[in-house]
Design a protein around this ligand. Structure first.
Ligand code: SF4
Length: 715
């Protein structure tokens, strides 16, 4: 939205993390832009972190993909899209539609995501649509569904302002969700909010904790099972809430007693002194306003869903959910991970938070007019790329993500791409590991970037914000939703893909979500079904659900919190306790691979650095890929600060700069996830990890890979 006729400043949303901060962008007329925080945006109230404030340094056209290419040769859009449509048709006819797969991204706008999902699941007829959000928060999605009957974040950011205790689990909030951490720090200064940080690594967040629990990797379930037992046995059970609004406590408690019968057992499992565990349990038990915020350390695990449910169990037994300043809170990594969940961009979802119950499939079939609609789940990311490697998938369309850096077993995937009949990459960058993948026919489609495209994103607190265009489209780049629509039309579905604008896509998305307001659905944008183009353009950040009769005189009004009335989205409206499995790592260390390798983000880079790598200021924070190693291990191996070490796993190796630090415990290592081969040829995390998937969510383990480390003699 332009602020006034004369003012060129545009209100938009930061394209990095799931906090979803509002940004004021003022273009200078020659391709540059001045950036400021939007004081009116309820996520950040004017603040921006280092990445957000450096956005103006990242809008150059350096290394941009500006024109369509087929097999390395520049072609017209007509030729490129003709190739895509012809090859998709041929693959579907020869091998069946389920030989086609789409791999999407939490960087896409909701409108892009919606059209991709509709094209694949409704009209091509393939269920194999997954997203890099599978690597980000799919365990939280699965935990929500098991506990609440829906993928619903119960609370909002204001709860962080109003909590008396914030427990951060597997989250370096200070670096990865910096503006939320500043809100937490304000709460600490204003009302004395206590921080408990639970993490195998003592990060910046851990350094600011009132109580830090440096648990062993994978032992979260033991810690929270012990907490459940403590709460049950010491008078902290909210009997009225549990009896009226939940089911399954007895089974969950029986299991928790087996896993964590007493403090000594929890101490043995976690490696944390029992006095610290007791202090945490007492703090949690004695504080009503407690938020437990969890992120990648919980989700990116072969036991991520159980970890999430072991946390939620502790909020359910105390009835601490849905009211101001309390509740479990999943911090999403990407700017539009939530939007992807809304449209059904995960392989185990259909659309608009619907899955594959016959009545849901029928509803979407009729709404889309899609007789070929799929009726069951597709392959999740790890399985999907394994199918590419085995030759089961013949056509793959990757949009807005860089799986050859980020996906587990990335080198195996690279080999698999060689067998594809069609490999399409919709991309902003002209050169990335994924763009350099092979395939019998490789089609590169130039996409619009942040600042050039229009649409919506949804942040961690269910708040939909607009991303707005303030720069001209460079070269021949086009919006992804428009490209997908054109392919849909070329495949013969003119009416279903006749979208004239992003606003039209959003209206259809909202319409699909809109039920009569009977209160049995969480995701409902009914009030936005008929939103005009003009209203869409000025649409203010609003939290779903926004049912048709949500606001006075028709004004759309979202909901800050859910479940305060004790009514959940299960068939009997009761939340579920979950009996979780005993903790354990999917891959054990061995004589050959004696270390546990953890991976994650650094403060000033985002994902595979295609944007943040353009900023010298951001790159200066951590200039090269590194490995964190404990001083005892460094001394034993003869490693010194600033030297080079070779990291090996059963899948690959990398040479990394040594950082000696006691932020990791002996036997543990940490490596950042950002660098691809454009920066350091052997430092891709994806090439090093196996990524054993969680059996419930399919999210791969990225935090605990057996590894070996040795000095590199020639340096
Ligand atoms: Fe952007 Fe996240 Fe920083 Fe906010 S906290 S400015 S959304 S990177």
């Amino acid at each position: 939205m332009t602020l006034s006729v004369a003012d060129p400043t545009v209100r938009t949303t930061c394209p990095y993390c799931g906090v979803g901060c509002g940004v004021l962008a003022t273009p200078d007329g020659s391709g540059g832009v001045a950036i400021a925080g939007d004081t009116e945006h309820p996520a950040n109230f004017g603040r921006l972190c280092s990445k957000g404030s450096a956005l103006g340094e990242t809008v150059s056209l350096e290394n941009r993909l500006l024109h369509p290419h087929v097999d390395g040769a520049r072609v017209s859009w007509d030729a490129a899209l003709g190739t895509v449509a012809d090859k998709l048709r041929a693959v579907a006819e020869t091998h069946g539609p389920d030989a086609i797969a789409f791999y999407l991204s939490g960087q896409l706008l909701t409108e892009d995501y919606y059209v991709a999902n509709k094209l694949a699941k409704g009209f091509i007829g393939t269920p194999h649509v997954d997203t890099n959000s599978r690597l980000c928060m799919s365990s939280a999605v699965a935990a929500h569904r098991r506990a609440f009957g829906s993928d619903t974040v119960p609370g909002c950011y204001e709860d962080l302002d109003e909590a008396d205790l914030i427990v951060m689990v597997g989250s370096n909030t200070a670096w990865c969700h910096p503006i939320l951490f500043r809100r937490m720090a304000d709460a600490k200064a204003r009302r004395g909010t206590k921080f408990v940080v639970i993490d195998p690594r003592r990060t910046q967040t851990g350094q600011e904790a009132d109580l830090f629990l440096g648990i062993r990797p994978g032992s979260d379930v033991a810690l929270f099972s012990g907490l459940l037992v403590h709460l049950a046995d010491n008078g902290f059970r909210d009997r009225a809430f549990v009896d009226s609004h939940t089911a399954g406590l007895d089974a969950a408690l029986d299991r928790a007693r087996l896993i964590a019968p007493n403090l000594a057992a929890v101490a043995a499992a976690t490696g944390v002194p029992d006095s610290d565990i007791a202090a945490f349990y007492d703090l949690f038990a004695g504080t009503r306003r407690v938020v437990t915020a969890f992120s990648m350390g919980v989700n990116q695990s072969a036991q991520g869903t159980d970890k999430g449910n072991s946390i939620i169990n502790c909020h359910l037994i105390t009835g601490r959910i849905g009211e101001t300043g309390m509740g479990p809170f999943s911090l999403t990594g990407q700017p539009n991970a939530m939007g992807g969940r809304e449209v059904g961009g995960l392989a185990n979802m259909l659309a608009a938070h619907m899955h594959f119950a016959p009545e849901e499939v029928d509803r979407v079939r009729r709404f889309w007019g899609a007789p070929r609609i799929i009726t069951g789940e597709g392959m999740k990311a790890v399985a999907l790329f394994e199918a590419v490697s085995r030759g089961r998938i013949k056509a793959l369309w990757v949009m807005g993500t860089n799986p050859l850096v980020s996906m587990p077993r990335a080198d195996l995937i690279r080999q698999g791409l060689e067998g594809l009949d069609l490999y399409v990459v919709s991309e902003v960058m002209a050169d990335s590991d994924t763009v350099r993948g092979l395939g019998k026919t490789t089609v590169l489609l130039p996409a619009l970037a942040w600042g050039e495209k229009d649409g919506t994103v949804t942040n961690s607190e269910r708040r939909i914000s607009r991303q707005r265009r303030f720069l001209a489209a460079p070269g021949e780049a086009r919006a992804d939703w428009a490209v997908l629509s054109e392919v849909g039309r070329r495949l013969g579905h003119e009416k279903a893909f006749a979208f004239p604008s992003a606003a039209a896509v959003f209206r259809e998305h909202a319409g699909l979500s809109a039920y009569e307001n009977n209160g049995t659905r969480d995701f409902d944008l009914g009030a936005l079904t008929d939103i005009s183009d003009a209203a869409y353009d000025i649409n203010l950040p609003v939290q779903w659900p926004i049912p048709k009769r949500s606001g006075p005189r028709g004004a759309p009004q979202g909901k800050a919190r859910l479940f305060g009335d004790g009514r959940f989205y299960t068939f009997d409206r009761r939340a579920r306790f979950v009996a979780v499995q005993p903790p354990g790592l999917a891959q054990a260390v061995s004589e050959d691979f004696p270390f546990v390798l953890n991976t994650g983000r650094v403060r000033d880079h985002w994902h595979t650095m295609t944007r943040t790598g353009k900023s010298q200021r951001l790159s200066a924070h951590r200039a090269v890929p590194f490995i964190e190693v404990h001083p005892d291990d460094a001394a034993r191996l003869g490693l010194t600060e600033g030297g080079i070490a070779r990291l090996r796993t059963e899948h690959g190796e990398a040479e990394l700069e040594v950082m000696v630090t006691d932020s990791v415990v002996p036997g543990s290592l940490f490596m950042p996830m950002h660098w691809g081969s454009a920066y350091a040829s052997k430092a891709r995390v994806g090439a090093l990890v196996r990524g054993v998937p969680d059996p419930v969510s399919g999210q791969p383990e990225l935090k605990a890979t057996p590894a070996a480390l040795e000095p590199v003699a020639y340096r």
